[in-house]
Ligand binder design. Structure first.
Ligand code: NAD
Ligand code: UD1
Length: 369
C-alpha cells in the first residue's frame, strides 16, 4: 500500500523539517510547500540523510490559490499540516499587514483550496502566544484569547476561523497545536534551527555564544518574581513537537470537529536554568550579562499539558538536558548551518525520492526541486 501523502506547508523551516522526519518515521510521505523566505531547501536533504526519504519540495506561496490547486491535483494528498507563516513578534508590530496577509489570508486560501480538493484534515501551527502575557500558569486550553501583539492575534484569528469552519461543516477534522517554546534539534545532529541573522530567541543565541560566534548572552531582566529573577518558559523539544503533529493528524483523521491542544512539557525553566543545562551539555562556559527587561516579555508561563495526552495520547518525552545536548550537537557539527556539508557518516544512507510528481508551480521562476 502507498504511504499517504501529507502536504506540509512551511515544511522546510525549523519545526516543519523536523515534522517531516516524524511523518516519514510514522509511514507518511511529506510534500512540502514553502517559499523558503525563512528557510533553506537543504533542510530537506538533511531529512533525507536521516530518513532515507527526501520530501518533494514545491517552491510556492500558501496564498497562491493556483499553486495550491495544482499541488492538490498533482498529489493525492490525504491531509495537511500547516506551518507556513511569519513568526517574529517585533516584525509583526512594525509590519502588521504582512502578518495578517501571510498568516491569516494564507490560511484562508489554504482551507478554500483544501475544500475544493475534498481534503478536510488539517493540523495547524498555533502558539501559546494566543494566551497573552498575564494568564496564571499552568495555562489550560480553556484560557481566553488575550494575545498582546499582531503575530499572536493572527494565530487567535486563524483558530477562530477554523473553529467556525468546523462548526459549519462536520466533514472537517482539525487540530490547532499551541506550541510553547520549541527548542533543540534532531538527535542525529543533522537537522536544527538556523535563524537568519542574530537570533531573537534564547536557545539559538546561547548555542552561538557557546560556539564562540557571539560574545555573550544578554539576559533580558533578572528582577522578575521568579525562582532566580529571570524569565521562565516551557521549553519543549522540537522532536516532541514534531511527533505531536503525527498524533494530532491521526486524531483529526478519526474525529470530525476541532481540537485545541497545548504542546508543552508542563514545566517551566528560567533563563539561568537553561544556561546551566547548556553548559553541562556542551562543556562550555556561557558568558552572560544581565540587561534590562525586554519590552512585551511575560515574567513566567508554562503549559497545562494534560489536554494533548487525554485527547490524542501525546506528551513530551525529552527533558531540558536532552534539548540542550541536541542543540549543541547540531550547532557544533554545523557552525554555518546548512552551508556545512552533512557529516560523512550520513552520506552512506539510502536515499529515495518521492519523484512521482510533475512540475506544478503557478509562477514562472518557481522551481520544483
Ligand atoms: P520557520 O520560519 O522556520 O518556518 C516557517 C516556514 O514557512 C519557513 O520555511 C518559511 O519559509 C515558510 N513560509 C513563510 N511564509 C510562507 C508563505 N507565504 N508560503 C509558504 N511558505 C511560507 O518557523 P518555525 O519556527 O518552524 O515555525 C513554524 C510555525 O510554527 C509558524 O507558523 C510559527 O508561527 C509557529 N510557531 C513557532 C514557534 C517557535 O517557537 N518556533 C512557536 C509557536 C508557533
Ligand atoms: C518568543 C515570542 C513568542 C514566540 C516564541 C517562539 C516575544 C515577546 N515572544 O517567546 O511569541 O511564540 O518566541 O519561540 O518575542 N531571553 C534572554 N536573552 C535573549 C533571548 C531571550 O534573556 O537573548 C529570555 C527572554 O526574556 C525570555 C526567555 O529568554 O524570558 C525566552 O525567550 P524567547 O526564546 O525569545 O521566547 P519567548 O519570549 O518566550
Amino acid at each position: 500500500m502507498r504511504a499517504p501523502r501529507i502536504l506540509v506547508t512551511g515544511g522546510a523551516g525549523f519545526i516543519g523539517s523536523h515534522t517531516c522526519v516524524a511523518l516519514i518515521a510514522a509511514g507518511y510521505l511529506p510534500v512540502v510547500l514553502d517559499t523558503l523566505v525563512n528557510s533553506d531547501a537543504r533542510s530537506l536533504q538533511r531529512v533525507a540523510c536521516i530518513t532515507g526519504v527526501e520530501p518533494v519540495l514545491v517552491c510556492g506561496d500558501v496564498r497562491d490559490a493556483v499553486a495550491l490547486d495544482r499541488v492538490f491535483a498533482a498529489y493525492n494528498v490525504a491531509a495537511v499540516v500547516h506551518l507556513a507563516g511569519l513568526k517574529a513578534v517585533g516584525e509583526s508590530v512594525a509590519d502588521p499587514v504582512s502578518y495578517y496577509d501571510v498568516n491569516l489570508a494564507g490560511t484562508l486560501a489554504l482551507v478554500q483550496a483544501m475544500d475544493r480538493a475534498g481534503v478536510r484534515r488539517l493540523v495547524f501551527s498555533s502558539s501559546a502566544t494566543v494566551y497573552g502575557d498575564s494568564q496564571p500558569s499552568p495555562i489550560a486550553e480553556s484560557a481566553p484569547y488575550a494575545a498582546v501583539n499582531p503575530y499572536g492575534r493572527t494565530k487567535a484569528m486563524v483558530e477562530s476561523v477554523l473553529a467556525d469552519l468546523a462548526r459549519a461543516d462536520a466533514r472537517w477534522g482539525i487540530a490547532c497545536l499551541r506550541y510553547f517554546n520549541p527548542i533543540g534539534a534532531h538527535e542525529s545532529g543533522l537537522l536544527g534551527e538556523r535563524p537568519h541573522g542574530p537570533p531573537n530567541n534564547l536557545m539559538p543565541y546561547i548555542a552561538q555564544v557557546a560556539a564562540g560566534q557571539r560574545e555573550c548572552l544578554v539576559v533580558h531582566g533578572a528582577d522578575y518574581d521568579t525562582v532566580d529573577g529571570t524569565g521562565v518558559r516551557d521549553y519543549v523539544h522540537v522532536m516532541d513537537v514534531a511527533e505531536g503533529h503525527v498524533s494530532a493528524l491521526r486524531h483529526a483523521a478519526r474525529r470530525p470537529g476541532i481540537l485545541m491542544a497545548n504542546l508543552g512539557t508542563g514545566r517551566g525553566a528560567s533563563v539561568l536554568e537553561v544556561v546551566s543545562a547548556f553548559e553541562r551539555a556542551s562543556g562550555r562556559r556561557i558568558a552572560l550579562r544581565i540587561g534590562p527587561r525586554r519590552p512585551g516579555d511575560a515574567p513566567a508561563y508554562w503549559a497545562d499539558a494534560r489536554g494533548a495526552w487525554q485527547a490524542f495520547g501525546w506528551r513530551a518525552r525529552r527533558d531540558l538536558d536532552q534539548m540542550c545536548a541536541d542543540s549543541w550537537r547540531w550547532q557544533a557539527a554545523n557552525p554555518h548551518g546548512f552551508d556545512d556539508p552533512a557529516p560523512a557518516h550520513a552520506s552512506g544512507l539510502p536515499r529515495f525520492q518521492d519523484n512521482t510528481s510533475t512540475s506544478i508551480n503557478s509562477k514562472p521562476g518557481h522551481s520544483h526541486a
